[in-house]
Ligand binder design. Structure first.
Ligand code: NAI
Ligand code: MG
Length: 345
């Protein structure tokens, strides 16, 4: 069977780290017959050049031609730009990538980064399609000044399928923590909590998973104080976004944390970090998050051997100070890290 991978570096250091991920996949090419790459464009730079952040040809190719994709990062302006909306948010919707899965793991045994606990090993499973990110915002001017409102959507369907995805992952790990704030938002978070909690009633194989609950604020606190208590954390979109970046801080740098956006028919690897404008073009972006995202994507598609070969090489390189980029306290350059990973693969 052919495997066609769409490559969307998008903005900033995405242009530096997605080619690195491609190189790593090519290095395990013998485990993946008929490997093909398709170069695709999207992002803010594409928007300023063409007037759209997500050209129809990109969407078409992903739907018709590609089995999966790797997405770099977008530079989103923090002010509203007329006509611009984030292509990654749109792609999650168009391809129905309803789960964002982010494993956060310290390098085994010794963590190279000072002050980082060596025993973090958890997966954040974030709902990817609704919550506050449906972007229904409105601004009104009242007698007392401006007033802004946002709508938050939580559905039983989306909560159930993210619950199932999380329980599936939790089958290989002892505990599942549901993260919510239903003490305050009893209707929306209440529905999420109730629906995820009911998943093992529908599918008895999940009943062996120990379920715990944690309010989102204290979840962040515990994540920093005793990360070992968490295995799988399932959360609505906004909480999941914040938790996964917080968890990334525990392992030293956003530059090492991978993710996949997964649906029933498509999977897209994506490093957790953004476009890193402060270091773009310097050749020092950490390629590890993107290379691990590639491995996670291959794993999700069933190319277990190739995925494991990449992960093993990355883990061994990250353990050595000689191959750490500046975000991890080292002096290595992107290409040094990539070359070493490829050599070990
Ligand atoms: P960021 O993740 O781009 O950068 C945060 C800090 O981490 C910076 O100091 C950066 O240099 C460092 N960093 C991130 N990735 C790194 C890597 N691979 N190697 C070494 N250092 C790395 O987040 P920030 O600065 O908040 O956002 C910058 C832009 O990225 C914004 O336009 C934002 O909208 C966008 N962004 C896009 C995301 C996406 O595409 N999914 C996610 C987060 C932010
Ligand atoms: Mg984020």
């Amino acid at each position: 069977k052919n495997l066609t991978i769409g490559l969307i570096p998008a903005d900033g250091i995405g242009q530096e780290v997605i080619p690195a991920a491609r190189t790593a996949i090519e290095a395990v090419g013998s485990d993946i017959p008929s490997l093909k790459f398709v170069d695709l464009v999207a992002g803010f730079e594409t928007f300023t050049r063409t007037g759209t952040a997500l050209p129809p040809e990109t969407v078409e190719s992903l739907k018709e031609e590609c089995d999966c994709a790797l997405f770099g990062s977008v530079s989103s302006p923090s002010r509203k730009v007329v006509g611009y909306s984030s292509p990654i948010v749109a792609l999650r919707k168009i391809l129905d990538l309803y789960a964002n899965i982010r494993p956060v793991v310290s390098a085994k045994q010794v963590s190279p980064v000072v002050g980082v606990p060596p025993d973090v090993d958890l997966v954040v499973v974030r709902e990817n399609t609704e919550c506050l990110y449906i972007k229904q915002e409105e601004l009104r001017v009242t007698d007392h000044g401006k007033e802004a409102r946002a709508t938050r959507l939580i559905t039983e369907r989306a909560s159930r399928r993210i619950g199932q995805m999380a329980f599936d992952i939790a089958l290989n790990r002892p505990r599942q923590a549901m993260i919510h704030k239903s003490n305050v938002l009893s209707v929306t978070d209440g529905l999420f909590r109730e629906t995820v909690r009911a998943v093992p009633d529908i599918e008895p194989k999940y009943q062996k998973v120990t379920v715990m609950e944690q309010l989102v604020d204290s979840a962040v606190y515990r994540l920093f104080r005793e990360p070992k208590v968490f295995d799988v954390m399932v959360a609505p979109n906004l909480y999941g976004d914040i938790l996964s970046d917080a968890a990334a801080a525990l392992v030293g740098s956003l530059g090492v944390v991978p993710s996949v956006n997964a649906g029933d028919n498509f999977v897209m690897g994506e490093p957790v970090h953004g476009s890193a404008p402060d270091i773009v073009g310097q050749g020092i972006a950490n390629p590890v998050a993107s290379i691990r995202s590639a491995a996670l994507m291959l794993h999700h598609l069933g190319y277990i051997k190739g995925a494991n070969r990449i992960d093993t090489a990355v883990d061994s390189v990250v353990r050595e100070a000689a191959y750490l980029t500046p975000d991890l306290g080292g002096t290595a350059r992107t290409e040094d890290v990539v070359n070493e990973i490829v050599k070990r693969i």
